[in-house]
Ligand binder design. Structure first.
Ligand code: NAD
Ligand code: DAU
Length: 368
């Protein structure tokens, strides 16, 4: 197969590209990424010289480039991760989110449609796999503030309801509204033109190579430098966390074995209140830095809440577990320790992305 992976220089995309390049030497993997502030080719240094890998710097909104690339590489499958992904940025700049997440997805769909429909075999053996988020379902309520431990969950749950694939879409932020819109376009291309599409909605990811504007890498970096930790509101909001490599494994499985036109929720039944994660991050970082465990608790600073802050996300991923046999591989405490260790050991990567040096480098390299 010849596969385009969009957004492969970002956080989750780089893990998906690495997995596919290493696991499937018989496939050709084309990473299409615009290299926005969130895209960083250093995330893929270890595989960039592999024969089955090619990087193309392109904007997914650029129809001509995408269409010609599909023809040139005779593309069979698209795994679409490129997006503007940070909720706080979407509150300040919603237009960029509509452009990339909605128009970019539509551009990819239309390029794939025209190319695949021009082939003698049409859509046979083709696949358009769209990576989406649990945030499209809106927010759940917290009605067990102290947490409960039902049988199906690896960790406490904070409410009686979960996002299933049947949930109605109720996005609240410009980010989630743009992702919801893109999901609708993907389904419309299946229902209207017969394109073989799949959509998955995943919970919060964590792990190496996440841009340090997101909670976990931002806070690890701040603890290391003993900077304040800006907890929005009371820190009572609940997120459901999954180690990024478990998401990448799910994407691999669903790309190959998922049913066309289906939606799968991806999540590890791992709900945490933000404030509890922050305390775990402080303890783990202090321990790994040889500081007294918990000595940095004083860095916690409660700040004004995020506008429209969703209270709780909790994914019911039993369909994926039941139908395709996927299971998360790591317990959260284990994954957090691996993650903290990675950021502490990769100081140069962190310094580079926080100083913006990598952007200067790419601007020179591509004269843009
Ligand atoms: P990220 O912000 O780390 O990476 C996004 C990548 O897309 C970057 O490499 C960026 O350069 C690229 N990109 C942005 N605009 C582009 C454009 N116009 N053309 C081409 N490339 C462009 O994002 P992430 O956290 O890795 O998320 C990847 C995908 O997974 C997104 O679609 C996101 O909605 C979804 N998702 C993320 C999470 C999470 O917790 N991070 C959870 C569920 C779903
Ligand atoms: O649920 C999946 C989504 O998870 C993805 O679709 C998004 O792309 C991804 O960014 C993430 O969205 P969140 O808004 O949940 O992630 P973030 O890391 O920004 O915030 C996690 C929680 O921590 C959230 O409740 C807000 C809070 N927070 C975040 C930051 C950056 C803080 O309290 N302080 C902070 O400084």
């Amino acid at each position: 197969m010849n596969i385009i992976i969009t957004g492969g220089a970002g956080f989750i995309g780089s893990h998906v590209v690495r997995l596919f390049v290493e696991k499937y030497p018989q496939y050709r993997i084309i990473n299409v990424d615009k290299l926005t502030y969130a895209g960083n080719l250093a995330n893929l240094r270890d595989i960039e010289d592999k024969e089955n890998y090619r990087f193309v710097r392109a904007d997914i909104c650029d129809f001509d480039t995408i269409y010609h690339l599909m023809q040139e590489e005779r593309i069979d499958g698209i795994i679409h991760l490129a997006a503007e992904s940070h909720v706080d940025r979407s509150i300040k700049d919603p237009f960029t989110f509509a452009r990339t997440n909605v128009m970019g997805t539509l551009t990819l769909l239309q390029a794939a449609k025209l190319y695949w429909e021009s082939l003698p075999e049409g859509y046979a053996g083709k696949r358009f796999y769209h990576i989406s988020t649990d945030e499209v379902y809106g927010a759940l309520t917290v009605n067990h503030p102290e947490g409960l431990q039902p049988e199906f969950s690896a960790h406490e749950v904070y409410g009686d309801t979960f996002f299933t694939e049947e949930n109605k879409y109720q996005p609240h932020s410009p980010y989630s509204a743009s992702k919801a819109s893109s999901d609708h376009f993907v389904r419309a291309y299946h229902d209207t033109y017969g394109m073989p599409t799949i959509v998955t909605n995943c919970s919060n990811n964590y792990g190496p190579y996440q841009f340090p504007e997101k909670l976990i890498p931002l806070f690890i970096n701040n603890i290391r430098h003993r900077r304040p930790l800006p907890v929005y509101g009371k820190g009572e909001n609940v997120r459901d966390w999954l180690y990024v490599e478990d998401h990448a494994r799910a994407i691999d499985l669903i790309f190959h074995q998922g049913a066309i036109a289906e939606t799968y929720n991806i999540g590890g039944f791992n709900e945490w209140k933000n404030i509890d994660i922050v305390k775990l991050l402080i303890k783990t970082t202090d321990k790994l830095l040889g500081r007294a465990e918990g000595e940095d608790m004083g860095l916690i600073t409660h700040v004004t809440d995020r506008a429209g802050h969703d209270m709780r996300y909790a994914i019911d991923s039993r369909k994926l577990q039941r139908e395709l046999g996927w299971q998360p591989s790591l317990q959260f405490e284990e994954g957090i320790e691996l993650t903290v260790r990675w950021y502490l050991e990769n100081e140069a990567w962190l310094e580079n992305v926080t100083s913006g040096d990598y952007m200067k480098y790419y601007k020179e390299m591509y004269k843009q």
